[in-house]
Design a protein around this ligand. Structure first.
Ligand code: FES
Ligand SMILES: [Fe+2]
Length: 383
């Protein structure tokens, strides 16, 4: 799991000014709430007085109030009130928690979980179709008991569809089935994009797939253009083009809850059958397809990538997966990978926080920063 990327934390509708919510990401808990201006805020969940969970407290104006002794912290993590010290008390300088930059877009609240200054942060990937005429965008939330890297890999894997997504493909019955070995593969700063043309069949009309009939735009077996992309360790984009105008695109933010559980925040975008009447049906279809992946990916062992690719066999269809692992290694070389073995060893003994940008300005934080695997700057250049 990596610090210094943007992570989808929750649906915007879940983050309110009524009550903070607790969200676990990267193995640590966070408290999310909405301040008096309506801005979604995200802070480390552990109160630095006696370590109570702030998410169990209340929202008071621009602050979250700890349920134990009523200390209040604003969205930047500054302690603004210590009731036991009286009304005009001088707050100790060390009374601060980590507060994280947030952005609310695409129905989701994103938090930048890391300490990079603004100008150095990887971008928050965009959805150009969002709010555009002729497109319908819907959210879907679910989670898997799976390693986050394995989950991302399933999204980048062109060869599994034939065998896993039996409703779209030929279920291994196509004698001609082959993934071309010369797929167009573009390397970018924060990931790669793969272009492929795959033979597919239309999903049949089945009750469990909902009532959206996409057969009109996707008739029988046909060549479908598929674009598959990753941006950073936790975001994939899968665009399926039935024609220039008829498209479905899946923007998936996968937030590691910890190394063995992943929260999936999907924004599903379509230019076909855009009536909201079919939203439920499309999400039913999305969930059906996800379920086909889930039963496979949850049983992959080890759940975390092996240290070396020599422990698995790679073939040309796995090119993008190999690239994903290469980028992962290079982000690790920057020193951004959490040492989750050490975190697990100290579970219940040491409280950690993901370092926030404010730690760059002053180190006097009571909580330890989460341990990181030391980097190797020489091999840290991705492009
Ligand atoms: S533990 Fe939070 S105020 Fe005491
Ligand atoms: Fe899949």
């Amino acid at each position: 799991m990596f610090i210094n990327f943007w992570y989808a934390a929750a649906l915007g509708s879940e983050v309110t000014a009524e009550k903070p919510i607790k969200v676990k990401m990267l193995g640590q808990n966070f408290a999310l709430f909405r301040d008096s201006k309506g801005v979604a805020r995200c802070v480390s969940d552990i109160c630095i007085h006696r370590c109570a969970s702030l998410a169990g407290g209340k929202v008071k104006g621009d602050c979250v109030e700890c349920p134990y002794h009523g200390w209040q912290f604003d969205g930047n993590g500054a302690c603004t009130r210590i009731p036991s010290m009286g009304v005009n008390a001088k707050i100790p300088a060390r009374a601060k928690i980590d507060g994280y930059p947030t952005e609310e877009r695409y129905g989701l609240v994103f938090a930048f979980l890391g300490d990079l200054p603004e100008g150095e942060r990887p971008p928050l990937p965009e959805i150009p179709e969002w709010g555009q005429e002729g497109w319908r965008c819907i959210n879907l939330e679910y989670s898997w008991k799976a390693g986050w890297e394995r989950s991302i890999e399933a999204a980048l894997d062109p060869a599994h569809a034939e065998f896993v997504h039996t409703g779209m493909k030929f279920a291994g019955a196509d004698e001609e089935y082959q993934i071309p070995s010369d797929l167009d593969h573009i390397k970018e700063e924060w990931g790669t994009t793969l272009h492929a043309a795959l033979n597919t069949v239309a999903l049949p009309q089945r009750a469990e797939l909902g009532n959206a009939d996409i057969s009109a735009v996707k008739p029988a077996a046909m060549e479908t253009k598929v674009t598959s992309k990753f941006i950073g360790p936790n975001h994939t984009v899968t665009r399926i083009q039935f024609s220039d105008t008829d498209q479905v695109c899946q923007y998936m933010w996968e937030t590691p809850v910890d190394e063995f559980n992943v929260a999936k925040h999907l924004v599903s975008v379509r230019s076909i059958i855009i009536s909201p009447d079919y939203d439920k049906s499309f999400n039913q279809r999305n969930l059906f397809v996800a379920e086909e992946d889930r039963v496979i990916v949850e049983d992959v062992d080890p759940m975390i990538f092996p240290e070396s690719n020599t422990k698995e066999v790679f073939v040309p269809a796995d090119t993008q997966l190999g690239e994903y692992r290469r980028y992962i290694k290079q982000w690790q070389a920057r020193g951004w990978r959490i040492d989750s073995k050490q975190v697990d060893e100290n579970k219940g003994r040491v409280a950690y926080a993901i370092p926030s940008p404010a730690r760059r300005e002053g180190h006097n934080f009571p909580l330890d920063s989460v341990p990181l695997i030391s980097g190797d700057k020489k091999s840290a250049n991705v492009a």
